[in-house]
Design a protein around this ligand. Structure first.
Ligand code: 5GP
Ligand code: MG
Ligand code: MG
Length: 179
C-alpha cells in the first residue's frame, strides 16, 4: 500500500503533536461549556477519535455523513447529507470536526444547515487545509497543517475508499488515479 504513496507530508508523530496542541486550545476555549462535537464522516473519523481524547471539557458527540466527491478527486460543489445527526443541535455549542478544507464548499453548506437548525454557536476544527484551493471565504476557528495543492490520502482520507488506515498523510502517486 505504501508503494502507492509518492511522498509523506506529515508523519504520525507530527499529526499527533498538532492534535495535542489543538486539543489544549479547544479545551481552554470551551471551559464551562458542554459542546456537541460533530464528526463529518467518513474522512474525519480518525482525527475525531484522536482529538476528543485531547479535549478535557465534558462533551457529547455525533456523526454526520456528507458526500460531495464520489470517486473523483475534485469537489462537485453539490453536497448531499447521507447520514444526518441523531441529536438536535438547537441551543447547543457545536464544534464541527473536519479532516480537510479544500474548496470549503462542504463546510459552508454544513454550517448553513446547522445555523438554520438554531445552534447556539458553531465552530470548526480542521486538521488540514489547502490555502491555494479556497473557493468559499470561510474561517475555520482551529486549523492544523496547511497542505500544498495536491490530492492527499491517509489519516482518514481516502481515494476510492482506500488508504484511510494509513497513520500519516501523503500524496498519492498520480498514476493511481489517472489510470
Ligand atoms: P471541499 O468541499 O472543502 O472542497 O472538500 C470536501 C471534502 O473533500 C473534504 O472534507 C475531504 O473529505 C475531501 N477532500 C478534499 N481534499 C481532499 C484530498 O486532497 N484528498 C482526499 N482524500 N479527500 C479530500
Ligand atoms: Mg471531510
Ligand atoms: Mg473521500
Amino acid at each position: 500500500m505504501h508503494s502507492d504513496i509518492q511522498e509523506i507530508l506529515y508523519s504520525e508523530e507530527e499529526i499527533q503533536a498538532k492534535i495535542k496542541e489543538l486539543g489544549e486550545i479547544i479545551s481552554s476555549d470551551y471551559e464551562g461549556r458542554n459542546p456537541l462535537v460533530i464528526c463529518v464522516l467518513k474522512g474525519a473519523f480518525v482525527f475525531m477519535a484522536d482529538l476528543v481524547k485531547r479535549i478535557t471539557v465534558p462533551l457529547e458527540l455525533d456523526f454526520m455523513a456528507v458526500s460531495s466527491y464520489g470517486q473523483s478527486t475534485k469537489s462537485s460543489g453539490i453536497v448531499k447529507i447521507v447520514k444526518d445527526l441523531d441529536v438536535s443541535v438547537e441551543g447547543r455549542h457545536i464544534l464541527i470536526v473536519e479532516d480537510i478544507i479544500d474548496s470549503g464548499l462542504t463546510l459552508s453548506y454544513l454550517i448553513d444547515v446547522l445555523e438554520r437548525r438554531n445552534a447556539l454557536s458553531i465552530s470548526v476544527v480542521a486538521l488540514f487545509h489547502k490555502p491555494a484551493r479556497k473557493v468559499v471565504e470561510l474561517e475555520a476557528d482551529y486549523l492544523g497543517y496547511a497542505l500544498p495543492d495536491e490530492f492527499v490520502v491517509g489519516y482518514g482520507l481516502d481515494y476510492a475508499e482506500k488508504y484511510r488506515n494509513l497513520p500519516f498523510i501523503g500524496v498519492l502517486k498520480p498514476a493511481i488515479y489517472t489510470r
